[in-house]
Design a protein around this ligand. Structure first.
Ligand code: FAD
Ligand code: FMN
Length: 773
């Protein structure tokens, strides 16, 4: 086959040498616009997994690369006068120039034709090629030529960065955060040979401009950075790499995804590889890895199908199918890490204490969890757990086993929770006339015995017409007070678990069937009239509500106040006002459901006016030493609906009105929603609200292991973790998870104590694997 690689970066060179090695009869040419052995850039980092892959495909290059590698384990973080270090993180770094020189030399040895100093304008310059590799980097001319076919989606990210180097060797991957009068800058520093380190400096656009860096020339930029990072530079100079744009100017990172990776131009097959096909932010240092792994995968597919021109279409389809999945996974992790650095100044640097800031930094991609950190650096993690526990008010024994973050107590107003686990509100549709019964006693009682710090009632309705279904619980009469009191008293008398009351009104989502008879479907008979912010039905076949009048508002507010007073009588420890999921108060907050033109609609202030009025009314009667939480839909997942930025505005308003916590849920406001589910999928909303608005939060949604909860709480992404479905599956979720992570100090109910040791021993045995008989 005749193969031409346009662009002699890692992708083009490595693919060229692999194919030539597969079959020396292939004619392989790599065309590069730069001079031989002349390249830009400083150091790049790799993981051990990439090296292993390279070792399998070409041991010669792998060996050369390995002997030129610099390996280091430590990460050091500098912020606000503190210097902190952790180990066990295992990176290898190599100079980009060194890497390319090794690949170039190997290409030459194998007989790949290397053409330098040639700028390629079009793939049509190579009419005889069977296959053209567009490995011409992120600004690929070839990809842009066929933009219709490749469908590139390039998003320029808001931060500015400059890629510099320094002749100083750092023995750890170093992150240095510096505040100026205008805001924060961060440096990502890692050595790549005995005497040289990469030094990438990053900041936000507004800080960049406030310092006049948009009009500064290269020398001035370098001088500015040297001054700002003088402490860590310790007399060393920063160097730019003026021969290439990437090394000499402040840039924005472009995140690239392509809809398709290959195209037949009428004569030749053209396929994208490396940065021409996709980019991954330097925050997780994987661009070179992706480029090399693309080259390996395409070679693997040629080996599988047979390297002949006839097989090219099948090979290219298989290559794209395999690589697209891997690339998406890396891009996902890179996105989390990149976004962390975009908001670090506004969200974490000023607010988190250095210790917690470092934890948040280490877990920024959300691929590294609490238990991963324990494997990497047990001593550091246990010190952090002790630091966290002491901050939570635990008398820490420096020699005893540390208490993981989820098992630390949490105090808000006069309420102290024994741990950070909350049973999330869950409608059970099992009441008659809103009256709790034996099902509810057993349902809540068993979860309290199961160790959660706090139970929330299901949405408890403030009047009969506030119910979602005829099976919903209520708190509008004295009989309900007594029935609730029986349950809450049982929980208080038998366990240390606290009990919260979620109060709500169904609004336009009321008068429907119980879940198992058709969720959200209108009742077949005995419907009651509905109210909402506006006269808009939830679904096409839903009852049309009437837009609330001022008289309706007064009546409903009075119902909320009366239910709150009954909640005091019952002895609930905390109230949660349900302002989420499209129910009545939520219908005011979302522009999708609030089309009002009076003072209750049209702006954030107007949308929040009635929910805040209700909040203030219940806050007035609810005891001062008891907290109130507000549940918000932080994302409507629908075009034109609320986003986390809107949720932050509402959270701030509730905070100013006296709310203690925001429970960060999302969705269920519109049937058009397109939520993006996944592990911990709503935790970013909690993180945003907690750290930007400065209000305590509850994270909820697809949190299912102790490791998740510990990671969230330890990083300060939430104060509490609520779990719904895991509590339906396992009444003793908290006790079981404690045992799974080896925490023995959690109290089991005294009646169940004899099971504790056996359970722990069985888990330890299972973890140790099969034993010889
Ligand atoms: C600040 C920064 C830090 C980074 N740090 C890391 C890291 O630590 N680890 C990591 O793995 N990755 C890192 N990367 C990413 C890495 O540099 C790229 O992902 C990687 O180089 C992609 O390889 P490639 O071969 O696809 O493209 P490139 O390396 O961009 O190579 C493309 C080549 O094509 C040539 N070319 C372009 N157009 C033409 C043309 N028309 N004619 C002829 N030749 C042409 C170019 O001169 C270049 O040599 C970083 C990137 C940046 C910006
Ligand atoms: C059966 C069931 C009933 C629910 N009822 C309520 C409710 O009454 N009030 C509420 O705010 N959320 C309710 N939810 C949402 C949960 O509180 C929680 O936010 C959601 O299930 C995500 O958490 P999970 O992934 O841990 O299940 C309910 C969820 C389930 C599964």
């Amino acid at each position: 086959m005749r193969i031409v690689c346009i662009g002699g970066g890692p992708a083009g060179l490595y693919f060229g040498l692999l194919m030539k090695k597969e079959n020396p009869a292939h004619h392989v040419t790599v065309v590069e616009r730069n001079k031989p052995y002349d390249t830009f850039g400083w150091g790049v980092v790799f993981s051990d997994a990439t090296m292993e892959n390279m070792r399998a495909w070409d041991p010669e290059t792998a060996q050369e690369i390995e002997s030129a590698f610099n390996h280091w384990d430590d990460i050091e973080v500098l912020i606000k006068g503190k210097r902190m270090r952790t180990t066990g993180h295992g990176f290898v770094g190599i100079g980009r120039k060194k890497l390319l020189n090794i690949l170039q030399a190997r290409c030459e040895a194998l007989g790949v034709e290397l053409v330098f100093n040639r700028e390629v304008d079009s793939d049509l310059e190579f009419p005889d090629a069977d296959l053209i590799i567009a490995s011409d980097g992120v600004n690929s001319k070839i990809r842009n030529r066929y933009r219709e076919a490749f469908k590139p989606d390039l998003i320029m990210r808001p931060n500015r960065f400059i890629w510099l180097g320094t002749n100083k060797s750092y023995d750890a991957f170093t992150f240095d955060f510096r505040r100026t009068e205008h805001g924060w800058f961060q440096a990502h520093i890692y050595k790549f040979d005995e005497s040289t380190s990469t030094f990438i400096i990053e900041t936000t656009e507004d800080v960049f401009q406030a310092h006049g860096l948009d009009t500064a020339d290269e020398a001035r930029s370098v001088e500015f950075c040297e001054e700002l990072f003088s402490e860590i530079l310790d007399g060393a100079k920063l160097m730019s790499n003026a021969r290439h744009l990437r090394g000499s100017a402040w840039l924005n990172f472009g995140r690239l995804i392509c809809g398709k990776w290959s195209h037949f131009n009428g004569k030749n097959h053209v396929v994208l590889m490396g940065d021409a096909a996709h980019t991954a932010h330097f925050a997780i240092g994987s661009g070179t890895k992706l480029a090399l792994e693309d080259a390996i995968e395409l070679t693997r597919q040629f080996r599988k199908f047979g390297a002949t021109p006839d097989n090219i279409p099948d090979v290219l389809a298989a290559y794209e199918e395999v690589r697209a999945v891997d690339v998406a996974r890396i891009q996902n992790a890179a996105r989390n890490a990149m976004e962390w650095f975009e908001v670090v100044g506004s969200r974490y640097a000023d607010t988190l204490e250095p210790e917690q800031f470092m934890y948040s930094l280490l877990t920024r991609s959300q691929r590294i969890s609490h238990e991963n950190l324990r494997v990497r650096d047990k001593v550091w993690l246990e010190d952090y757990e002790r630091w966290f526990a002491a901050r939570a008010g635990i008398n820490v024994d420096p020699d005893g086993p540390p208490v993981p973050p989820m098992f630390t107590p949490y105090r808000v107003r006069g309420l102290t929770l024994q741990n950070r686990i909350v049973m999330s509100p869950m409608a059970m549709y099992s009441a008659d006339d809103g009256l709790p019964n034996d099902f509810h006693l057993v349902h809540f009682g068993s979860r309290a015995l199961g160790g959660a710090g706090l139970l929330f009632s299901e949405m408890t309705c403030v009047s009969p017409d506030a119910r979602i279904t005829p099976g919903c619980l209520g708190l509008w009469n004295d009989e309900q007070v007594s029935a609730w009191k029986r349950i809450v008293d049982f929980v208080h008398a038998t366990t240390s678990t606290k009990f919260g009351l979620q109060l709500g009104h169904a609004g336009r989502k009321g008068s429907t069937r119980v879940a198992w008879e058709g969720i959200d479907q209108p009742l077949e008979a005995d419907n009651w009239p509905l109210i909402s912010a506006s006269a808009l039905p939830y679904m096409a076949n839903s009852q049309v509500p009437h837009a609330m009048t001022r008289a309706d508002m007064e009546r409903v507010k009075a119902d909320f106040v009366a239910a709150t007073k009954r909640g005091i009588e019952v002895g609930f420890d905390i109230i949660e006002l349900h302002c989420a999921h499209g129910y009545l108060l939520s219908s005011f907050l979302s522009p999708l459901t609030n089309h009002r033109t009076d003072e209750y609609g049209g702006s954030h202030e107007n949308n929040a006016r009635y929910p805040l009025e209700v909040f203030r009314a219940i806050r007035e009667v609810w005891p001062d030493d008891k907290p109130i939480s507000v549940r918000l839909s932080c994302h409507d997942w629908t075009e034109g609906g609320n986003t986390p930025a809107d949720a932050a505005i509402y959270a701030k308003m509730f905070k100013e009105a006296g709310a203690d916590l925001v429970d960060c849920s999302s969705g269920q406001v519109s049937k058009e929603e397109k939520p993006v589910y996944g592990r911990l999928f709503q935790t970013p909303f909690s993180d945003k609200l907690r750290n930007e608005v400065g209000i305590a939060t509850v994270a909820v949604g697809a949190i299912s292991e102790a490791d998740h909860a510990n990671s969230i709480i330890a990083a300060g992404r939430a104060d509490l973790c609520a779990l719904a479905r895991p509590h339906l599956a396992d009444t003793a979720w908290t006790l079981h998870e404690a045992a799974k992570i080896g925490v023995k100090s959690i109290a089991w109910p005294k009646q169940y104590l004899s099971a504790k040791t056996q359970y722990e021993t069985n888990l330890a045995r299972a973890a140790a694997g099969p034993q010889p008989s």
